[in-house]
Design a protein. Structure first.
Length: 417
């Protein structure tokens, strides 16, 4: 087995030592609760003085303080390696993880993704692709962290389109024959996490064969692995690798640890993986004025807002709900259709502001206020998701969310860079 065709490979995966309590080691992804410092204060209080992944990451709410915080993060990484608090647990192999959240138990496979088979450049068609636009200005502070880091932890979740459940689920069916690595409750309503080593030749071969079989079905310019969460973290890893490999020989490039980024593969058809649309609310505008503007905008572009078929939205404001169906929509998916109009409107109305809202009730609460109007987007179709990404290149910003904040990936595994 070579794994060369499928964009991933087994890795030397690190886990906290047996002496480290996993309950205080694992913590939520750094890009969550960015407007809720109280969450992070409570997390630090929960951890206390115990060794923790919390000391090895930079919560994004602290990006403005990155220069003063990053040296301490790098020092903690080096200390944990030197003291054996972070040590090899699978060498080489994968980790099959099972995360219990309110929607059920979600399966994942922690592995190393080949950055030579990933690109976020517009128009590129690699095996591994982002699902949303990569904003280059968000990479520099993350690059500073990675350049001096001896290890990486991951909150990157990469999707596979496996409706027949051929890759991960067969491993779950034989979990009793796998070596258990951890089994514990996550802090602060994070649910429960279990993990098993996937290291036997027959199990590694299964992953290679099953992903290769999916790849065979995809035809030209295949999209096998779609980045669902952690897009900018993977883009940072790619940018760092492009810097680093300039000074390496071809032989060194082939197996350098920085060529591979740690990630978790998840089946988009997992019942516990909730895909939710991200809604829009515009404030600082009279709803009737915006609706008149939308009517004129649509007419100029050959669209109608009262069609029998098309892209359907529920418009919410203090006056009540209104269903709008855009006929002959200019976007390939509903999110693109509404975002094109709102971008145009906001460019002409600097007094208005937009916000992106998770959850219908939160949208209704905000859109029910004076000078506010909200747009409820339709549910995301998992069956057409990969085709939509292929068709559009990347989806419009803020198209979807994979579960609530406390269902996002917790940092547990690590890999040396």
């Amino acid at each position: 087995m070579s794994f060369d065709r499928i964009g991933i490979r087994p890795a030397r995966i690190l886990l906290p030592a047996a002496s480290v309590p996993p309950e205080t080691w694992a913590c939520i992804a750094c890009d969550q609760y960015t407007s809720e410092p109280e969450y992070w204060r409570k997390a630090y209080d929960t951890v206390g003085s115990a060794p923790s992944a919390l000391r090895l990451i930079l919560p994004e709410m602290n990006l403005k303080r990155s220069e003063q915080l990053i040296p301490g993060i790098h020092a903690a990484m080096a200390d944990y390696l030197r003291e054996g608090l972070l040590a090899p647990a699978v060498d080489p192999g994968f980790v099959l993880c099972e995360r219990t959240v309110p929607a059920g138990s979600r399966l994942g496979l922690v592995c190393a993704v080949d950055l030579e088979q990933y690109s976020f450049e517009k128009g590129s068609l690699p095996l591994v692709r982002p699902t949303e636009q990569t904003i280059a200005s968000r990479l520099p502070p993350r690059l500073v962290i990675r350049r001096g880091a001896p290890v990486e932890l991951t909150h990157i979740m990469i999707l596979i389109d496996d409706p027949e459940r051929t890759v991960l689920e067969p491993l779950q069916a034989k979990e009793n024959s796998l070596r258990k690595l951890y089994d514990f409750d996550l802090m602060m309503n994070g649910g429960h996490l279990k993990g098993w080593a996937v290291e036997k030749d027959e199990d590694l071969q299964h992953v290679d064969d099953a992903l290769s079989a999916l790849l065979e079905k995809l035809g030209a310019d295949p999209l096998l692995l779609a980045v669902g969460d952690g897009n900018h973290s993977l883009a940072t890893a790619k940018a760092y690798w492009e810097e680093l490999k300039q000074g390496l020989s071809a032989e060194e490039q082939a197996n350098h640890p920085a060529r591979y980024a740690l990630c978790e593969i998840v089946n988009i058809h997992d019942n516990a993986l909730l895909f939710e649309p991200i809604h829009r609310v515009v404030t600082g505008v009279e709803p009737a004025e915006l609706l008149r503007d939308w009517q004129e905008y649509a007419g100029k572009r050959g669209m109608t807002l009262d069609a029998a078929e098309g892209h359907r939205f529920t418009v919410v404001c203090a006056a009540g709900d209104q269903v709008v169906t855009v006929g002959k929509p200019e976007g390939a998916i509903p999110c693109e259709t509404i975002q094109k109009f709102l971008d145009d409107f906001l460019a002409r109305h600097p007094e208005a502001e937009i916000d992106y809202i998770h959850g219908e009730q939160s949208l209704r609460a905000l859109a029910g206020k004076p000078q506010a109007i909200g747009f409820l987007l339709p549910e995301i179709d998992k069956n057409s998701f990969f085709n939509d990404v292929k068709k559009l290149g990347v989806l419009p910003r803020k198209t979807f969310s994979m579960g609530e904040a406390d269902e996002k990936r917790f940092y547990m595994e690590a890999k040396q860079i």
